[in-house]
Design a protein around this ligand. Structure first.
Ligand SMILES: Cc1cc2nc3c(=O)[nH]c(=O)nc-3n(C[C@H](O)[C@H](O)[C@H](O)COP(=O)(O)OP(=O)(O)OC[C@H]3O[C@@H](n4cnc5c(N)ncnc54)[C@H](O)[C@@H]3O)c2cc1C
Length: 511
């Protein structure tokens, strides 16, 4: 009873401090006046069970956490203000996605008592600001000069956004419209930027798979090609959760997509149902896609995004494969693009470039440099097309890549950079070294960096199980070898896979 009175007093104090007038009528008016009342909440509800996990995993640079109580009238009134700001940053329609993660925690729920204590919540609503990782690892008394800060002036949407703008030196506005005020710049000389592309690679993988299902692209003739690509992803995708998701799909592939079903067109219902079941598998987990791009974000709505993410995925895979896998990986990528990249012109061009390869690849270097070379060919062609049709992204013009500031040593000292026709004297050893560092070491799952890798052994064991259980083997590429071994003895698979992972880890320390 005493506690309830204290909380009510706390709530009332903060309520009086707010600019919103007191009274049930005003609450109703606030709700009715809010034209966005029917929209789903943009701020993400967190609780004690997912708080650390979700924040650790957030690609956003900053986070705001609103601590509130569902019964507190001031909090209910404040909700529309908070939502107005949250809509700018959260969700698929966000104007500035990936910048600030807006969340809330209901301290009135018993489950959250310790969590709210951890952040010394003294009144409702109370807003805290910090980096997502600081929230995930932190707690204790928020200090004005500390890494987690109390937002002392966020009583209306305008004031909250002003406070944020002061912190970030930004000029976000409540009326910003999508892509209207984009301030994106291609910073070609910052090699660290690629680290954030892990989110785009996950999103592109998810999108690719969704497109395949949506457009019912799996046919008897290309089923094996999809399986081979999934096998490549199980072993070499830079994101841990995509490796796991690909393995899950592979394990269930025969059940979900039996070859007979694709041939038997008379039973369309079966085909549709099975496809829907396959669609229930989210290849990179249920958090992905997030509905935005970070590294691959265009300054216009219709530029970059998916195809950029797909290129990054292919480059990331190309530097991760073993020498012995290089030619199989090459044909796997060629077949996948040819069968499943929905852009007709792109897949045709790509396939022509694949077909012109006459000597088998023996080394990782061969594949990585080939992919880099053909990507530059595409860049060169598109640069002209985009210039004449004005279809390119003005902030991200196509260039012959990597530009000198990004990799000075890639350019031979006696060579010249002719950016009009791409005639550059490359030091290919240096280019390969650069690709390995850029798409390998720098582009990795963020979980490891953020200390979430403690279950690595479990994950490997689970992947062993999942990969081992499938019989969807067509061509042995990396994981496929493991699958064959597994069909003989699961124990052998576990040892094999673990030793692979260990040696990969020791040799490269990337994945
Ligand atoms: C396989 C494939 C084939 C395509 N073919 C066509 C086509 O025929 N016609 C068409 O109009 N569009 C095609 N596209 C789309 C086009 O290439 C771009 O992806 C799209 O225009 C978006 O460009 P972007 O500026 O995001 O950079 P992208 O070209 O998508 O590149 C993404 C990122 O990769 C890096 N990068 C750039 N060049 C290289 C390189 N040489 N090596 C390694 N990394 C590099 C850069 O950091 C860049 O930001 C294709 C895409 C793919 C995946």
């Amino acid at each position: 009873m005493y506690l309830a009175v204290v909380i009510l007093l706390l709530c009332r104090l903060s309520f009086e401090a707010s600019s919103v007038p007191i009274g049930s009528r005003s609450i109703l008016r606030a709700i009715r006046d809010n034209s966005s009342a029917d929209l789903p909440d943009a701020a993400v509800d967190l609780n004690a069970t997912n708080f650390d996990y979700v924040l650790k995993d957030s690609p956003a640079s900053f986070a705001v956490v609103e601590f509130f109580a569902h019964w507190c009238p001031a909090c209910r009134n404040y909700k529309s203000h908070y939502e107005k700001v949250a809509r700018l940053f959260n969700g698929p329609d966000a104007v500035h996605p990936g910048t600030i993660f807006m969340t809330r925690v209901d301290c009135a729920l018993k489950i959250n008592t310790k969590l709210c204590d951890r952040f010394s919540v003294s009144h409702y609503p109370m807003l805290l600001w910090g980096t997502p990782s600081k929230f995930a690892s932190g707690g204790s008394e928020p200090k004005q000069d500390g890494e987690i800060r109390k937002i002392d002036d966020g009583r209306t949407a305008e004031r909250l956004l002003n406070w944020i703008n002061k912190q970030m030196g930004s000029s976000f506005g409540l009326n910003d419209e999508k892509y209207q005020h984009e301030d994106l710049h291609s910073n070609y000389s910052d090699p660290g930027q690629i680290a954030r592309a892990i989110y785009d690679v996950e999103e592109a993988t998810s999108a690719a798979f969704e497109i395949i299902l949506e457009h019912k692209m799996v046919k008897p003739g290309n089923r094996a090609s999809l399986i081979r690509f999934l096998q490549l992803l199980v072993a070499h995708h830079p994101s841990k959760r995509c490796r796991k998701g690909s393995a899950e799909i592979l394990v269930n592939f025969d059940d979900l997509c039996p070859s007979g079903m694709l041939i038997d067109n008379t039973d369309k219902t079966l085909a549709t149902n099975e496809m829907a079941a396959l669609g229930n598998f989210q290849i990179c987990g249920k958090e992905v896609p997030r509905g935005y791009w970070i590294f691959c974000r265009g300054s216009r709505k219709d530029t970059r995004g998916f195809s950029c993410g797909l290129w990054v995925l292919l480059h990331a895979v190309s530097v991760r494969i073993e020498d012995t896998e290089s030619h199989t990986a090459f044909t796997t990528i060629c077949d996948f693009i040819h069968n499943f990249f929905i852009c007709e012109e792109c897949r045709q061009h790509f396939y022509d470039m694949c077909s012109s390869v006459s000597t088998p690849f023996n080394k990782t270097r061969d594949l990585a440099l080939w992919l880099w070379g053909i990507h530059n060919k595409v860049n060169g062609r598109l640069r002209k097309e985009e210039a004449s049709l004005e279809t390119g992204d003005p902030k991200f013009p196509k260039i012959i890549w990597p530009p000198k500031p990004l990799c000075p040593s890639c350019y031979l000292s006696w060579g010249h950079e002719n950016s009009t026709n791409g005639q550059i004297d490359w030091d290919q050893d240096e280019v390969f070294k650069f690709l390995v560092g850029y798409y390998g070491k720098t582009l990795v799952s963020v979980y490891k960096k953020k200390g979430l890798n403690r279950n690595r052994r479990d994950e490997i064991a689970m992947t062993d199980d999942m990969v081992g259980a499938t019989n969807a083997v067509v061509v042995p590429v990396g994981a496929a070898v493991a699958i064959v071994v597994a069909s003989c003895a699961f124990g052998a698979l576990a040892c094999f896979w673990r030793s692979r992972q260990k040696s990969r880890k020791t040799r490269r320390n990337w994945s």
